[in-house]
Design a protein around this ligand. Structure first.
Ligand SMILES: O=P(O)(O)OC[C@H]1O[C@](O)(COP(=O)(O)O)[C@@H](O)[C@@H]1O
Ligand SMILES: [Mg+2]
Ligand SMILES: [Mg+2]
Length: 323
């Protein structure tokens, strides 16, 4: 099995970008170890703090954020970082070539139940005309991403990574200490009969999503003519990983549950990197109205509706939004 560096070299990835990715993965290995130690490492439970989005921070949110922030800024090739757990961007080397944005710990509500969680990251090009502490340099569409990935802390620790040459899956070999290529090219089946959505929000969705899910629930007797199964991991990394492995549609649509927060998932460090991975695996990622990676962000913590996965199923869902 192949290690990461030769695979990325073969894909023509810049050597500084390879070492940045490897640095991010070194932090993720450390997070993986602490996650596996659980209460023994003192990583479970909540802090007294909240992040800028008003969410209670788990101890692991903070630990993962500090680990990633420190090693990424030490590389010297990063001009600034932006994290779910940092109110503002953090400046690095003014001459750095890259910007990194990340969700240090996705699926925070799963930490205390020993269930799936992960780290999501996205790497953008730095902009020469902007200062290192200028947050506006991050406001680039997802199509500008140079690399994106997630590390899933599950029964195995797995990495999904793309640099625009397909989506590859790696597994952490804990004896050797590095990630080994275990799936050369993830390929999302075009058709599926599996959907993932938080059904408890059903009554708050827009009519298009209500109608789409209602038709899926009718199964064989309904307009879609087949029975669907449902899954919900409550961690986007877990749900997207399943979609990359065996297809499906994952949606966190707009809702009216909390008027101050019509969309749940964050564009820059959740939706964009996942969209890049999904598209590079042959899937689609949309808000229902536009391609997610075409959105020009207006804020580093911007939220967005997400519908992604198997091509034909996502297209069917989009059709309900265009009626
Ligand atoms: O609580 P809900 O509605 O099931 O939402 C789950 C969603 O929230 C998230 O956990 C948000 O991510 P964070 O844990 O990083 O805040 C997603 O990963 C997941 O899809
Ligand atoms: Mg998250
Ligand atoms: Mg998070």
């Amino acid at each position: 099995m192949r290690r990461i560096s030769p695979v990325l070299q073969q894909d023509g990835v810049d050597s500084d970008l390879i070492s940045l990715i490897k640095t991010i993965l070194a932090a993720c290995r450390e997070i993986s170890f602490r996650v596996s130690q659980g209460e023994l490492a003192g990583v479970l439970g909540s802090t007294l703090g909240e992040n800028i989005q008003g969410e209670t921070q788990k101890k692991l949110d903070i630990i993962a954020n500090e680990l990633l922030k420190e090693v990424i800024l030490e590389t010297g090739v990063v001009k600034a970082i932006s994290s779910e757990e940092e109110d503002d961007t953090v400046a690095g080397n003014p001459h750095g070539k890259y910007l990194v944005t990340f969700d240090p710990l996705d699926g925070s509500s799963n930490t205390d139940i020993n269930s799936l969680i992960g780290t999501i990251f996205s790497i953008l090009p730095a902009q020469a005309d902007k200062a290192a502490d200028d947050a506006s340099q991050f406001l680039q569409p997802g199509s500008a991403q140079l690399a994106a990935g997630y590390v899933l802390y599950g029964p195995s620790t797995m990495l999904a990574l793309t640099t625009g040459k397909g989506t590859r899956l790696y597994t952490l070999d804990k004896t050797y200490g590095g990630f080994l290529l275990t799936e050369e090219q993830a390929a999302i089946p075009k058709y599926t009969a599996e959907f993932a959505i938080n059904m408890s929000n059903q009554r708050y969705w827009q009519p298009a999503m209500q109608a789409y899910i209602a038709d899926l629930l009718q199964g064989k007797e309904g307009p879609r003519g087949k029975n669907y199964n449902m899954r919900w991991i409550a961690a986007m990394v877990g749900d997207v990983h399943r979609v990359l492995c065996r297809g499906g549609i994952f949606a966190y649509p707009r809702d009216t549950k909390d008027a101050s927060k019509p969309d749940k998932l964050r564009l820059m460090y959740e939706a964009n990197p996942m969209s890049f991975l999904v598209e590079q695996a042959g899937g689609i990622s949309s808000t229902g109205y536009e391609r997610i990676m075409d959105i020009v962000p207006t804020d580093i913590h911007q939220r967005v509706a997400v519908i992604l996965g198997s091509k034909h199923e996502v297209e069917s869902c989009i059709a309900y939004h265009q009626r």
